[in-house]
Design a protein. Sequence first.
Length: 509
Amino acid sequence: MNSMNRLIEKSFIRSLVIAGFKPSSELSPVSLLSLKSLLSALSVAVIFTGCALGPDYVKPSAPVPQAYKLAQDWKLVDPKDSLPKGAWWEIYNDSVLNELMKKVGVSNQNIIAAEAQYRQAKALVSSAQAGLFPSLSLEAASGRGSSTSNKFQSAGLSASWEPDFWGGIRRSVEANKAVAQASAASLETALLSTRSTLAQSYFQLRIIDVQKQMYEDTVEAYKRSLKITENQFKMGVASKLELSEAQTQLQSTEALAIDINVTRAQLEHAIAVLVGETPSNFSIAPEKIAFSGETNAYISSVGTVLSNLPVVPLGLPAELLERRPDIANAERLMNAANAKIGVARAAFFPTPLISASTGYQSSVLPNLISAPNKVWAIGPSAALAVFDGGARIAAADQAGAAYDQSVANYRQVVLSAFQNVEDNLIAVKLLESEIAKQTQAVSSARTATRISLNQYKSGIVNYLTVVTNQVTQLNNERILMTLQNRQITAHISLITALGGYWGNNLSAR
C-alpha cells in the first residue's frame, strides 16, 4: 500500500506541476497531509476497481452431436480454425467465377455496409475505454458582477476522474468489445453468404446456357419434324390433326426458348448487383455448348464441374461451433449481454468522482498569471440515486432477460447450423445417385425419339407416337438440368454450412 501511495502521489503532484502549480512551495504542511490522505483514498479506490459486479462470462453449453448422421462415407479431416479458410470457390476451377469473386469484397454494397458497421463497433470500444481514464479541460472566462467595477478574469486547468469502483465501466468495455467481435463475425457471415449466392447464381446461369442450347436444338428438330409432316400432308399421308400437333409442339417450344432468356437476364442482373455493378453495364458472355454423339450428352464447363465435384471435408461437429461466423456472432452477443448485467448492477452503488483544479483569478487582466492570483481545489465526491421509481431494478431485470434471450438465440443458431449441414449432406449424397439415373433416362428418351421418328418416316407409326416421345425427351432433359442445378447448389450450400472451405487438399469423388 505504501509503495502504491508514493507512486500515485508522485504521479498526481507531477500533473499539478505540469498544470502550473508548485506544491513544494505553495502547499502548507496541513495541505500536504490532506493531499496524502486523499491519495491514500485514491489507492484504495484503485484496489476496489480491480473488482467488477455481475457474473463473469462462461460460455453456455449447446447441443452438439458426436458425428453427422450421413458422415460414414465422407472423408473426415482435422481442420484448425487458425488456418485461413481460403478461396473455396477456386475448387470449381472456373476463371470467370474467380474474377467475379474478387469484386465481392470491395464492391458489394452490403459488404461495405457491414465493414462500416464493424468500424463503428470498434470506435464504441475506444469510447467505452475512455471512461477508465481521467478527463482534463482548460477553461478561461471573463465576466462582470452586480456593479460595473466588479469585473473578473479567470484561467485554469481542471481534471476529474470517476474511479470504476464497481466495474460498471469495465463491464461496458467488455460488452462493447464483444459487440465489436460480433460485428466482425457478421462481416464474415455477409461475405460467406454473398459469395455463396454469387457461386450458386453463376452456375445456375451456366446451366441455363446449356438449357438454352438444348431448346435451340429441340426447336431445330421440331422444325424438321414439321417439315416432314407438311410434306406428308401435301401427299395426303398425314392428317390435318398431325400437322396441327407438329405446329403446336414447335410453337410451344419456341416460347420456352424465349422464356429462358428472361431467366438468364435476371440472373445476370442479380450477379451484377452482387459484384457492385449496374445491370445495364454488366454482362456474362454465353458459353458455347456442344453435343457429343458419343456420350449422347451436352459438353459444358458446368458438366465438367458436376462430374468432378470435390469431396467436402466435414470435420467433427464440435468444430463447427468455431468455424461458422454466424455461431461466433451469436456467442459474442451472448458475452455482451452477460457483461451488461454487471453494468446494470453497478447502477445500484454510488458513483464516485475525484476532481482537482488549478488556475488564476483576478479582477484585472494584466498580471493574471501570477502567484498571488493562483487558486486551486481538490476533493472527492459521490452521487447515489435514492429513488428512481424502480428504473434501476427494471434495467437489471431487462439485462438478465436479454442474456437469457441471447443464450436461447445462440443455441437456436447452433441447432440450425447442424440442420443446414445435414440437409445439404443428404442432398449432395442422394442427388448424385438421382442424376445418374436421370442421365440414363434422358439417353433412353433420346433413343426412343430417334427410333419413333424413323418409324414415322417409314409409315410404321403415326405422328402422335413421335410427339409423345419428343415431349418425354424434353421433359426428362429439363428435369436433368434442374437436378444438376440442385446438386451444385447443395454442394456450395454444404461448404457454406460448414463455415467455408478451409483445407488445402482436394480429392475427386
